[in-house]
Design a protein around this ligand. Structure first.
Ligand SMILES: *Cc1c(COP(=O)(O)O)cnc(C)c1O
Length: 475
């Protein structure tokens, strides 16, 4: 070993890296042969570090043998659990370049900053936000929600909130099916989860009369309503709030309209009729969404978009002397991304989006999103065609929620659906996750997978039917 951390011999390193790259490409090219598999105990134990230097070649071999095979399985064409994106071949390109450049995107004047601006600007135009909007890439929608609601909080309480903290009682409003990320943000921002009002909803989203009534009631009790959180694509059923109706209410009540569009915002790139689900998104004050779900880019990557860039900046800007920027040189490049969120040091997250858009274009990505909606609709039809199965919610976008045998009592349905999900995961047939509807644990497919074919859908539903038969007979 020499006294540098660089490779002793770059030619050897080149060979090592090429071997690994080939293995990575093989994994993606043969994704269909690699469903999720449980991590063997011996492999898990082999991850323990003892601090010994083994060199890059040995490390690359460990990656090939012990890491590549044991992912979440979301690269597989029949993975529809939770809402997981598949990843893209372009991600291999972007991650190689990002690791090489090793940029810190907190600020300063360099290429990756402009790549991030380009990604934000492209997204801004897709979502119909004005040129005065600002954005920042973050880990995901959870973090984007924190940033957006912090900005909304500051509009309600004024810039003093940064020094004094929250005074008085702020209230927020969201549909009953709002994602947990909103609750966490409300907790973290010192507003208190009890002040997140859950408004009843149906398949067309939040009940707007109930929303208006809740706002009036809270005002009457001396609270300060400050934000309506609309959902574009609910995590359980893929529901969309009527975003135009929410924008009208937010305007009438002078409230901030935030939209959780984690995956659903990207239905904006889909064909009719799905695109229209996002109508009104362009009227929001802020939007949180992910690139790692329905834009398929590798984890992790989310976006916080804020209509009024000045308010966004005023909520987070704070630079001590050592971070001062100067017009010229590397310390130029104002405004800096660290002034639009809580992270100072930041990686080149935008590059994976930039490479995806450059590689496949809005049309390629949009076609995949449309394909996922079609696949969910096909799954819905296949469920309906099975005598024992039943849909538990209409298929609105890319989610299909159903029960394998509607003739059984609720408890037995729950047990059966859980057993089917586990058994199909364990033998690598398909990954459904579960959720609850009408008191029953149901099978749930969230299709954010550009590798899924119509045949995959048919085969998976046939497998559910067969597994249901086998399990019911065994019981
Ligand atoms: C996944 C999801 C979130 C959280 O996003 P992360 O990227 O996992 O942080 C929030 N809202 C909805 C609707 C989601 O589907």
């Amino acid at each position: 070993m020499t006294d540098t951390l660089d490779p002793e011999d770059w030619d050897d390193f080149r060979k090592t890296a090429h071997v690994l790259l080939d293995a990575c490409i093989d994994r993606l090219a043969e994704a269909r042969a690699h469903p999720w598999q449980p991590l063997p105990e011996a492999t898990r134990q082999s991850y323990a570090l003892d601090g010994t230097a083994r060199g890059e070649a040995a490390t690359a071999q460990r990656l090939i043998d012990d890491v590549l095979p044991f992912g979440t399985g979301n690269t597989h064409p029949r993975f529809w659990g939770w809402v997981h994106g598949t990843g893209l071949a372009s991600g291999l390109l972007s991650e190689m370049a990002a690791a090489t450049v090793n940029a810190n995107c907190g600020g300063r004047d360099h290429g990756m900053i402009h790549v991030e601006r380009a990604v934000i600007d492209w997204s801004r135009r897709i979502m119909g936000f004005p040129e005065t909007a600002s954005g920042v890439l973050v880990t995901g929608t959870s973090q984007a929600t924190v940033l957006a609601l912090a900005t909304a909080r500051q509009r309600a309480l004024g810039p003093a909130v940064r020094s004094t903290g929250v005074r008085g009682r702020l209230t927020a409003y969201a549909g009953a099916g709002v994602h947990n990320a909103t609750r966490k943000a409300i907790e973290l921002l010192g507003i208190g989860a009890d002040n997140l009002r859950r408004i009843p909803e149906d398949d067309r989203g939040m009940d707007c009369d109930a929303l208006r009534a809740a706002i009036a009631e809270d005002r009457a009790q001396g609270a300060t309503p400050f934000v309506i959180v609309g959902t574009a694509g609910s995590v359980d059923f893929g529901r969309f709030d009527d975003l135009n109706a929410l924008a009208d209410i937010a305007r009438d009540e002078a409230l901030w309209l935030h939209i959780d569009g984690a995956f659903g915002a990207w239905a904006r790139l889909a064909d009719a009729p799905w695109r229209a689900l996002t109508d009104g998104i362009e009227r929001a004050d802020s939007l949180a969404c992910d690139f790692h779900k329905w834009m398929y880019v590798p984890y992790d990557c989310g976006l916080c978009l804020i209509r009024n860039g000045d308010e966004h900046f005023a909520t987070f800007a704070a630079r001590p002397a050592y971070l001062a920027s100067h017009g010229e040189g590397l310390s130029g490049g104002d405004p800096w991304f660290c002034d639009f969120g809580t992270d100072l040091s930041r990686g080149a997250r935008a590059l994976k989006v930039w490479c995806a858009v450059e590689s496949y274009g809005a049309s390629g990505l949009g076609a995949a999103i449309t394909g996922n909606c079609r696949a969910a609709a096909r799954m819905g039809a296949a469920v309906t065609a099975q005598p024992a199965m039943a849909l538990m919610a209409p298929v609105i976008s890319n989610l299909c929620v159903f029960t394998a045998d509607a003739s059984l009592p609720p408890k037995a349905q729950t047990a059966l659906n859980k057993a089917i999900a586990a058994s199909l995961q364990l033998d690598g047939t398909a990954v459904f996750s579960t959720t609850e509807a009408r008191g029953i644990t149901c099978l749930r497919a969230a299709i954010a997978n550009h590798r899924t074919t119509p045949e995959d859908i048919d085969a998976a539903i046939a497998a559910v039917a067969a597994r249901a038969d086998a399990l019911t007979q065994a019981a």
